[in-house]
Design a protein around this ligand. Sequence first.
Ligand SMILES: [Cu+2]
Length: 622
Amino acid sequence: MPCLRFLVIVCSVLFSASSFAQNVENSSLPKVAANDNRTPAGLLTNGVLELRLTLNEGRWYPEEETAGHRDVYAFAEEGHAPQSSGPLIRVPQGTQIHASIRNMLPLAAKIHGLHSHPGDAKDVLTLAPGETRQLQFAPGDPGTYMYWASTSDKPLDEREQKETLLSGAFIVDDPRTKPEDRIFVLGLWSKGLGPDAEEILSINGKSWPSTERITLNQGETAHWRVINPTSSDHAMHLHGFFFTVDGRGDGERFEQYAVEQRYLSVTEHIDVGQTFEMTWKPERAGNWLFHCHMSAHMVPSESLHPTEVHPAAYSPEHDHTASMGGLVIGISVLPNSTATPKPTGPPHKLQLVISENPEKIPLYNLEVNDPRDPAAPDMKKKTSLLGPPIILTRGELAEIEVKNTTGDPTAIHWHGMELESYYDGVAGWTGSAQQTSPPIAPGTSFVARMTPPRAGTFIYHTHWHDANQLINGVYGPLIVLEPGQKYDPEHDRTFVFSIGKFAPFSYMLLINGNPEPYPVTLHSGTRYRLRFINIGDNASDLRVRLTRQDALVQWKVIAKDGADLPPALLKSSAADMGITVGEVYDVEYQADTPGLANLQIWLPSFPVMVTQPVNFAPAPAK
Ligand SMILES: [Cu+2]
């Protein structure tokens, strides 16, 4: 329901509404246990998994028990507490599953996914209240799957309230491999639509700051499985490191990618009902995050923490990380003895100045002062919902002084950049237990140091946990060039897609800070690198396309999130693709003949489209 979600976000911003759910209380309910998905349910003996599942009602505490609860339906192993996510079903391929499933709810339940894989989504089990059924099936092909239930007969993207946490992971292992991984099941408890809507985001049954802290050793390979049985899509972003996407699934079937098809990512879109597997290696110690990049999914739940009741949850003074919440997990990477090589040579020093705009709309001005930037000084200051590009060089130490002259604290995250934790920009979190990075208080500066190890397109953006800074333009492109390469705007164009407060009461979809972008003139016969960045706070299902005479052109996608695509994925394709929030793509395009083209972005289920006219003039005479 992306359109409704967009509407909800717009409405909630406009009306600043908050509400507090009054649930029917039943204090005798068992507590719903958070499931870290490390221990498979049932008993596996002689190739047969004996599994006894029940559907129960329980009391779910998404955070600490002092922060409120919801009474929900949840799966349990018979005789055990209900769990969110549900009991982990995990077996090697080739085993048999003998399961009983009992509905202890007062409503009939439809259960999906308890079958062999690849599976048929229509293969659903219906259980009357009190009914028990026996199942026997083979788990099928290896992969990452899910099972889920509904008590309203609704599809996965429409479940509401009590039934929203009736979901669990179903993993089929290749019998030749030893399962050494972590499984993360996303959760979204929701109620209602519009300004009174309530949402509680979770991962393995808990919301930040109560989510599990993952501890890894520097250099240790981590294999993760991400499962989305929620009613929304998400944009899962890892700080500081690329991960390899090893395979993707739709819940019923799973495609394990051949090695040459695996690509690097820092932000991966996961639609309703989808799963993916990822591998990464934390090569730098310190604190990092893995979170949904949608602003609405990484803030404290207003329904758990009404601002008027728990103002401290939103107070940066109280705890710098406290105003973050929901679908966020923290990762602590323990150092080993490997010393990080120190770059040699003088640093490239530049400055990012964030100031208040006296005109108020937009709220902020961003200015980049770089002695290497040939732009005239009046071009550096932009009163626009977008900061100027920061241009760095691969392998060269950069020292970026972020100067905050506004009246509010801020923090800047260097999205996609492989840097030291201390400079990653999550105030009160990044760094180490001994020293976390501070917020950039009004009137102060913070010098971020980084030596980009790869050339590509990245983003700098506020990581202050206040969507206000994001929708008022505290972001811009971060471009890393190869050593010796000069930024060439004639062949290299950046298009930043965002949502911003362009006029007093309207939040608009923007290209380069403008809802009606001015035409740009390029030349036919010239190959361009087009850099696309989506930093539109909740625009998770954004699409971009390039048309001429209403037909899609062919372009070549060459990089994702700043990393070059593997050769096997480099091919010409129709110019239409999804680009989720926090995602970046570089494409190559050459118009063979002069004429007008339209670069368009839109949200498929919401009646809004922004068109950037691109006029291809005849090639200049040689
Ligand atoms: Cu999300």
